[in-house]
Design a protein. Sequence first.
Length: 339
Amino acid sequence: MAHRADTAAGSAAAPPLSDGFGRRFPYLRLSLTEACNFSCSYCLPDGYQADGRPRFLALDEIGRLVRAFAALGMHKIRLTGGEPSLRKDLDAIIETVAAVPGIRKVAITTNGTQLPRRLPGWHRAGLTALNVSMDSLQRDRFKAITGHDRLPEILQGLQMAQALELPSVKLNAVLLRGLNDDELPQWMDFLRERPVSIRFIELMRTGDNEAYFERHHLRADVIIAQLLAAGWSERPRGADAGPAREFGHPGHRGTVGIIAPYARDFCAGCNRLRVTARGDLRLCLFGEFGVPLRPLLQSDDDFDALLARITTQLGLKAAGHGLHRGQTGLIPHLASIGG
């Protein structure tokens, strides 16, 4: 085992993976489960339905997977779902990931309902960044969109995150025409004294939401125009920044991010790969195929073969998604891979 740890440690200074289009990939989004305890109208309106397929990746498989990506130069891991807080071993998963040599940032994306109870444990285990899905600041709207009246607990969890001084706290709101698209002034007030970022995510078409998409899709350009009119300005993008466009205002401690997958050249800023909860590598959120890694996660002896499979497959990554042509790939809904 020492041999493998030394290999990963030596990768800390290695350059991130890159593809044939010159994009670098320092960032892995790892889904821990497809299960979710919400029934969001844009994702799982009927709630999560188990399908009886093989179980999700176990702790030892996750450890081998992350060591491989770290050895290839990745330094940021985001744990997603479904809803990752449904994993009873989440503390152990965070601790395992954070202990891998070369990993500098361990993030989680959650609906936030478990924050008041579990965030201190995640923080002790090594969590460095938190993203919370919060589609409305209005309690009745939040319940209508998510199916659950849990906004007060989530706001309590955010206060706890600030008390713990987590280095990065971001909120995610899916932009929905007719449901929450008039809340920008309220968000501006929210951000005035809070050093967090709200990310407005343009609704994406998936395999099972065509009618919903037609009713509620709103181009993110509408929000950008409102921000500019209110005196907000776009911030320069960092070298390894993802696809979000970030906006700031001198009178506000918080920032606004815009994630617009239908925008021109959106995929040029891609900097992340994805692995599903069952161990398939996805080169694109809306890709047409998955690469099974799980067979190579059963033994440390397969470490070199695992590295080879990942690097070989990266050469197949396409220049962009096919959303503009109505191609949603393998993804039936966002809970199936964590967005």
